[in-house]
Design a protein around this ligand. Structure first.
Ligand code: SF4
Length: 383
């Protein structure tokens, strides 16, 4: 059996299967972030460290059976026909969970997020590709991927939990890990994400666990405040999810029900071998989840200080670091507001009045009522 403390090989699903896998791409550089609501809403998502399959995303966009001419008239159209549509959460994230990047994209502009879900499939820009490549490189510095074949949804989730435990072992023994997948129930909604980096160095004052996120930029300066705020929101979401996991608040029963997973399901041979290689031989999916929960209970909560790093895309040199404090009230307010939109409790809001500049970079501007209505200024949110 392989010593789990020395095996840092993350596991990667092969592309032989046809299963749709929820994955996530995070844009990391300036322009990608400016377009993030659009970009993150649909096809571009960064994968969990264990899953590099990207063909399972079509359902996000294909179900938006609305003509392009209807852009910007979605709500009006549904109202006049008196049709009650399912919420965006049900239509686009059912059995997948909401991505942390959905929350940040919604914070950027809810209307843009809505457009992206209903109609858009973004172009992945060169800048975005560079950001993604940088993250892959950072991950390679601390881990090596091993491919395995997955056959069922239970296998896919088992992979995520195996990779979580590999990352957790690496964090405890090496003091550093990257691309750690997290999942949790937040205000009644399942949320998933991938924490960029976790550091737990040994210091004179003990060991503090610090969550870190690196953004790559084309320009050698820190971004505007709305972009910094968006990055802070992302990191706070990760801390929230991490702290819930390690305080043993993972509701397994609800997890199985929501994602339609069977704890008695026998894992594929490849996954069984992976669990054994990782130090915890398991036969069923439920055994993996139980092991995952045990591992979580041994881990510390994250420190309240969080760290955003800005790197120059050209040479990966450090531009600046933004160290800030976790703010539970602010985060919960942001998530509540976002969920009101996702759960269909109100219509999408437009950008704040003093952030109208975002519209200049929006690929939906020509269809957006904020730009096309005669009284467009009334659409913007007051500060
Ligand atoms: S044009 Fe502005 S308000 Fe409209 S979707 Fe784009 S960013 Fe949002």
């Amino acid at each position: 059996m392989t010593d789990s403390t020395t095996n840092n090989n993350k596991i990667d699903a092969t592309e032989e299967n046809q299963i749709e896998i929820p994955i996530e791409i995070v844009s990391e550089e300036e322009m990608a972030l400016i377009e993030s609501a659009f970009s993150l809403a649909s096809a571009a998502r960064r994968s969990f460290p264990c899953s590099r399959i990207s063909r399972g995303l079509s359902s996000s966009c294909s179900s938006g059976a609305v003509d392009f001419e209807d852009l910007g008239r979605v709500n009006k159209k549904s109202n006049t026909k008196n049709v009650k549509l399912d919420s965006l959460l049900i239509r686009f994230r059912k059995k997948r969970g909401l991505y942390v990047t959905d929350i940040t994209a919604t914070e950027w502009c809810e209307k843009q997020m809505e457009f992206g879900l209903l109609f858009g499939k973004p172009k992945i820009t060169d800048a975005m590709k560079a950001g993604i490549a940088r993250h892959a490189k950072l991950e390679e510095e601390v881990t090596k991927k091993v491919e395995v074949r997955v056959e069922t949804l239970e296998d896919i989730w088992a992979l995520k939990f195996i990779n979580f435990t590999i990352c957790a072992n690496q964090l405890m023994f090496d003091g550093l890990t990257r691309e750690l997948p997290v999942v949790g129930l937040v205000q009644g909604v399942w949320m998933v994400g991938v924490i960029d980096e976790l550091r737990m160095p040994v210091t004179e004052n003990g060991r503090n666990l610090v969550l870190v996120d690196t953004k790559t930029r084309r320009q050698p300066r820190i971004p505007a405040e709305p972009q910094c705020r968006n990055g802070r929101l992302q990191l706070m979401c990760y801390k929230y999810l991490w702290d819930k996991l390690v305080s043993d608040e993972f509701p397994s029963k609800q997890f199985y029900e929501y994602f339609s997973l069977d704890p008695e399901h026998t894992l594929s041979d490849d996954i069984k071998m992976s669990t054994a290689d990782s130090g915890f031989p398991a036969e069923t999916f439920g055994e993996v989840v139980n092991y995952f929960r045990n591992v979580c209970s041994t881990l510390p909560p994250a420190h309240d200080q969080l760290l955003l790093r800005y790197e120059l895309q050209d040479d990966n040199s450090l531009i600046a670091e933004d160290e800030f404090s976790y703010d539970d009230d602010w985060l919960n307010g942001q998530i509540s507001s976002s969920l009101e939109f996702w759960q269909g409790q109100r219509e999408a809001k437009y950008v704040l009045e003093n952030e109208v500049w975002k519209c200049r970079f929006c690929q939906f501007a020509r269809y957006c009522p904020s730009q096309t209505d005669a009284n467009s200024e009334t659409n913007f949110q007051t500060n």
